[in-house]
Design a protein around this ligand. Structure first.
Ligand SMILES: *Cc1c(COP(=O)(O)O)cnc(C)c1O
Length: 364
């Protein structure tokens, strides 16, 4: 059996480790950039009614997701004339992009530390991956290094998360424009954290021949639905759409996402609360000895602990009932770095309290 598997599974797949999601058990869950707020009662009732009256489980979904697409265009402000493609989460869209532009010797380029899916999907699809380090001190784009790597590797696909995960910062917009102008292939600006910043390339997406903007509803509060989208010139979108499996957006996602966007105000109010809590959490972290938080435009905060303490503090936090993300060991620039998702005020207080205890325990 083992020999058969080794004979037939592609070596690049065998060489990967599967994407690991820890079981939160009963812990306070601040590890995955989820919106901590549920739906108000009246919206829940509208949702039930919609599911019973509108959703036909025996039928295939609308392959073009027409009603949802129209709602998304209007709600997110997709520019007039732009094409739009939907994915089962933006992860699936990254995969479609790789299937469309990939091939032997073709390169995906991004910056590091960055979103792990770009590298993983390059691996699945047999593409080469190049990760250009961000600046050490502040995680800004190292523009000369990126331009040099672009020139050397001629990437078919270049991803920039804006704001970046796991560092939380927004790259300088002028630097991003310089990268778009220099790139020979397609540049995808991944705006997964758009609800938590005012900056966006979506209004300018048609100003460049090689730019597409990707969004998701996950971080806004619909992570369980799995809906991502890609917007830009119709000439690109039409080709990428050929790699989309028919019916990739199921009937439940189409109906519920459309309903949620009709009540966009509920989610705007929640994301505004998260932004406010982010400021409060950052200020508290800044005042703690031995903790250095990095400014964030997303719904999480990256922070560095004292030398050699990161893993111990992460473990102690878990013992205090709080699950965050340990990034120590994931990249040389992230030594002793942890990432906390902004939760409700109560969750954030519980986290801060646990962190105080964990830092004190690590010092004694
Ligand atoms: C979370 C995240 C995504 C994935 O979003 P899904 O739509 O849930 O697949 C994409 N890009 C970045 C940078 C993210 O942090």
């Amino acid at each position: 059996m083992k020999e058969l598997v080794e004979q037939w599974v592609r070596p690049e797949i065998r060489g990967l480790s599967a994407y690991h999601v820890p079981d939160p058990g009963g812990l306070i869950k601040l590890d995955a950039m989820e919106n901590p707020y549920g739906w108000p009662e009246d919206l829940r009732r509208a949702w039930w009614a919609e599911l019973f009256q509108q959703v036909e489980m025996n039928r295939y979904p609308d392959p073009a997701a027409g009603a949802l697409s129209a709602r998304l265009r209007q709600s997110l402000g997709v520019p007039e004339g732009a094409g739009l493609l939907l994915g089962n989460g933006s992860d699936e869209i990254i995969q479609m992009l790789a299937l469309t532009l990939g091939g032997p010797g073709r390169v995906i380029l991004s910056v590091e530390p960055g979103f792990v899916m770009y590298r993983m999907i390059a691996g699945f699809t047999g593409m080469d991956y190049v990760g250009v380090p961000l600046r050490e001190e502040d995680f800004r784009l190292d523009l000369p290094a990126v331009l040099e790597a672009v020139e050397r590797h001629h990437p078919a696909l270049l991803f920039l998360a804006y704001p970046n995960n796991p560092t939380g910062n927004l790259f300088d917009a002028e630097d991003v424009r310089a990268v778009i102008r220099a790139a020979p292939g397609l540049v995808v600006v991944d705006e997964a954290y758009a609800p938590f910043t005012d900056a966006s390339f979506l209004p300018q997406v048609l100003d460049y021949d090689n730019l597409l903007v990707m969004r998701t509803l996950s971080k806004m509060g619909l992570a369980g639905l799995r809906l991502g989208l890609l917007a830009g010139a119709e000439a690109w979108i039409r080709e990428i759409d050929k790699t989309r499996l028919p019916y990739n957006i199921n009937v439940l996602t189409q109906a519920v996402a459309e309903l949620a966007l009709r009540h966009r105000g509920v989610f705007d109010e929640q994301t505004a609360r998260i932004r406010e809590q982010r400021g409060r959490l950052f200020a508290r972290l800044e005042r703690m000895d031995g903790i250095r938080p990095y400014p964030s435009q997303a719904n999480f905060i990256l922070f560095r602990t004292a030398d050699g303490r990161g893993a111990g503090i992460f473990q102690a936090l878990k013992e205090h009932g709080v699950l965050i993300k340990n990034l120590h060991g994931s990249h040389p620039r992230l030594a002793d770095c942890l990432r906390v998702t902004v939760g409700t005020p109560e969750e954030n207080d519980a986290f801060l309290e646990a962190l105080r205890g964990s830092v004190a325990a690590a010092e004694s």
